[in-house]
Write a protein that binds this ligand. Structure first.
Ligand SMILES: [Cu+2]
Length: 479
């Protein structure tokens, strides 16, 4: 009854609410969030844009790929607030942004640096900042109980102790993450270390972050969001907040630091010229060795470290980064300059990864419906289980349906051991250290994990943000 009433009150369409099968409820706040998204902050004028996305072979005017500014996390002031940004070609959109940037500034730091980020909120609802993939004390993890109220502030302070990798930051407020992320709040956080530096990987203009997501624009060209229990799907791809993006490239090897920043959409990445990617890393940093691979499945929260070789391609060549699931052209690489740059695709050992072994106990987590883990909807004040500090454990993720569920763990990285049912295999991008792993219907995925950095309260949840907002999340305490 409540859902019907709210649907009427805030004008959510039939199409957007009828897919609630399997969910015990849809939270009131999720729907209120939808009301705010469509009315509260989208006030500034924009230019109408046609919906839909460019298909391969379609002539479109391509916009230069935006590259967010790079900043140090040492004594940095970060604000979340509504902003008006150019999403390409002078088209202005109302979004939510960190320091006016969509995506937010890219933090870059070295291992053993420390982060000290003074956050203030210019939003009209509570928020937090979660440092996805960063292993930080509970007080800096952006847990929903540490909500930052409108106009409020929070000091996020943590040492950067983990290995080189690409992480990211985004809001994690109670039941309102989906809207805030969809409307623009996300940014990259890159850690460098000596092991990585010794590889002389492509750097400077040859190292490019790519935050890939889908989005929905209203008739005025502003970002819009409507909660949908099966997951928000936009109709327009964005890379680094750019519509129909183009990157002019040299005849060189590029390193792309790729983040799946969608709320719910899964991508299958490939290059239009049939060339493979060289996969060198993922969520938790470098793999032991590089893998040559033609297609990569990519789900919300996951990261990829990819080398793409444009050497030998004639100037004028266009190569499209495609999503084979939707048929979208995500990004056009336009070879514009002949250069001869030293460097090679690495063939030897990239990194030393010590395998986790000999789990002391096994825990099983069933991702049920769209809002429950082991039958329970998230309660911010309930500790669902305790994990002894420094103990290697086997965690078994399975699902009772309504997948995909990209399972994300805070407070530690894990090593994926096996997948049975469903796709039935592990993929090259699931080697090494991960913090997010995709669970499809019928699948059981086992990981080994050890929490050996901090004691305290952490989260495990589905990273389909609408499932997270509806309660597919658990609190655990490292003790
Ligand atoms: Cu889910």
């Amino acid at each position: 009854m409540r859902i019907k009433q709210e649907k009427r009150n805030i004008g959510i369409t039939q199409q957007e609410t009828e897919s609630t099968h399997g969910a015990t409820h849809i939270s009131r706040r999720t729907f209120l969030r939808a009301a705010i998204a469509s009315a509260g902050m989208l006030a500034a004028g924009g230019i109408p844009m046609p919906a839909g996305a460019a298909k391969p072979g379609t002539a479109v005017t391509r916009n230069p790929l935006k590259i967010p500014p790079v900043v140090s996390p040492s004594n940095y002031a970060l604000q979340a607030a509504p902003a008006t940004v150019d999403v390409g070609g002078g088209k202005l959109s109302s979004v939510l942004a960190y320091n006016g940037f969509f995506p937010g500034p890219t933090f870059r730091a070295n291992r053993n640096d420390s982060a000290s980020i003074a956050f203030t909120s210019g939003l009209t609802e509570e928020t937090t900042v979660h440092w996805h993939g960063m292993i930080v004390p509970t007080s800096a993890d952006g847990h929903p109980r540490d909500a930052v109220m409108p106009g409020g502030s929070y000091a996020y302070q943590f040492p950067i102790l983990q290995r080189a990798c690409l992480n990211w930051y985004h809001p994690h407020p109670h039941m309102m993450t989906g809207g805030q992320v969809a409307l623009g709040l996300a940014g990259a956080f890159i850690i460098n270390d000596a092991e990585e530096a010794a590889l002389s990987l492509p750097s400077g203009a040859y190292e490019v972050p790519l935050i890939i997501r889908d989005a929905k624009f209203d008739k005025s060209g502003n970002l819009t969001y409507t909660a949908k229990s099966s997951g928000f799907l936009g109709d327009t791809p964005l890379v680094n907040g750019t519509r129909d993006p183009r990157l002019d490239v040299d005849t060189a090897i590029y390193r792309f630091r790729v983040l799946c920043g969608s709320n719910a959409r899964l991508f299958k990445l490939a290059l239009s010229n049939g060339a493979p990617f060289t996969l060198i890393g993922n969520d938790g940093g470098l793999l032991e060795t590089a893998v040559t691979i033609g297609q990569i499945e990519f789900s919300p929260g996951e990261r990829l470290d990819l080398l793409v070789d444009f050497r030998g391609l004639p100037v004028g060549t266009k190569v499209i980064l495609q999503d084979l699931n939707s048929g979208w052209s995500l990004l056009e690489f336009n070879v514009t300059r002949q250069v001869s740059v030293a460097g090679a695709i690495p063939t030897g050992t990239l990194s030393a990864i010590t395998p986790l072994t000999s789990p002391v106990i096994t825990r099983e987590f069933s991702f049920d419906g769209m809002s429950r883990i082991n039958g329970k909807v998230y309660d911010m004040n309930r500790i669902d289980f305790q994990v002894p500090f420094g103990q290697t454990e086997l965690w078994r993720f399975k699902t009772g349906g309504n997948a995909p569920h990209p399972v994300h763990v805070h407070g530690a990285s894990f090593q994926v051991q096996s997948r049975s049912g469903g796709r039935g295999v592990l993929f090259p991008w699931e080697r090494g250290w991960k913090d997010t792993v995709l669970l499809q219907d019928g699948e059981t995925v086992e990981v080994l994990v050890r929490f050996d950095a901090y004691r305290g309260l952490y989260l495990m949840h589905c990273h389909k943000l609408e499932h997270e907002d509806m309660g597919m999340m658990a609190n655990f305490e490292v003790v």
